[in-house]
Write a protein that binds this ligand. Structure first.
Ligand code: ADP
Ligand code: MG
Length: 248
């Protein structure tokens, strides 16, 4: 595949410390006897340009962790710095702007808007943020994802794999500080699962993207650089896979 321009996001990640730093984050649902501590004083740092998987059994707090780190849910206690910004205590409007500008999401359903073309779906986060489309970056992304010749197609005219690639390209188009993916391979057959993981991996290796993926599948998690395993709202294990395979 040829890319006319250097495959680099428009704003190279500056040296601003880790992409995410969470300190003592606690999230409790309900009160009294029925209260559930979904996250129990979790401390966590996520390095920039790394692919991190969050694993754990059902109910261990994976989705809650992803949601609070992405500013979709609030913590009861603790601090979260995303890309250098403290997000706990931010007003809703500020959180919305932060999510639009500095976070990318890949959802399990990959939900593209059916009436928009592939390209319109990809640039939607820029439109919502009122930001200019960087044509060179868009071309680089779509070439790398093998969808450059599908940009005028509607989602219904794309294969399943192409839909997923468009969805991942959409998550990367703003060059966000972090791309979050909650069980992105949960509904897929093994072949498509591999493809989604390949493209998340490519996002990290080619574009220096920071990716945090929740999964309950060990095999999927092993494509990441690091696996954080949750149990009962705490970090039960934290494995650096790059140490095992040798640094990339
Ligand atoms: P996972 O994604 O690992 O399955 P969750 O983060 O969804 O775990 O849930 C962690 C715990 O918090 C579970 O015990 C779950 O039942 C509880 N929980 C999650 N969301 C809610 C909610 N909105 N209301 C009450 N309890 C919740
Ligand atoms: Mg979950």
């Amino acid at each position: 595949m040829t890319t006319a321009l250097p495959a680099a996001p428009p704003t190279p990640p500056a040296d601003r410390g880790p992409a995410l730093v969470a300190r003592g984050i606690t999230r409790t649902y309900g009160t009294g006897a029925g209260a559930v501590t979904a996250l129990d004083a979790v401390d966590l740092e996520i390095a920039r340009g790394a692919f991190t998987a969050i694993m754990g059994p059902s109910g261990s707090g994976k989705s809650t962790l992803l949601h609070v780190l992405a500013g979709l849910d609030v913590v009861d206690q603790g601090s979260i710095r995303l890309d250098g910004t403290e997000i706990t205590g931010l007003a809703d409007d500020d959180l919305t702007v932060l999510r639009r500008e500095r976070i990318g999401f890949v959802f399990q359903s990959f939900n593209l808007l059916p009436m928009l073309s592939a390209e319109q779906n990809i640039v939607l986060p820029l439109e919502l943020a009122g930001a200019r489309v960087d044509r060179a970056w868009l071309d680089t992304l779509t070439a790398a994802f093998g969808i450059a010749d599908r940009l005028t197609h509607l989602p219904s005219q794309l294969s399943g794999g192409q839909v997923q690639r468009v969805a991942i390209a959409r998550a990367l188009v703003t060059s966000p500080a972090v791309v979050f993916a909650d069980e992105p391979t949960g509904n897929l057959d093994s072949l498509t699962t591999e493809e989604v993981l390949d493209f998340l991996r490519l996002s990290v290796d080619e574009f220096g993207q920071t990716v945090v993926m929740v999964t309950h599948e060990r095999e999927a998690a092993e494509r990441a650089d690091r696996i954080i395993t949750l149990a009962d709202g705490r970090i039960a294990a934290d494995e650096d896979l790059r140490d095992l395979r040798g640094r990339r």
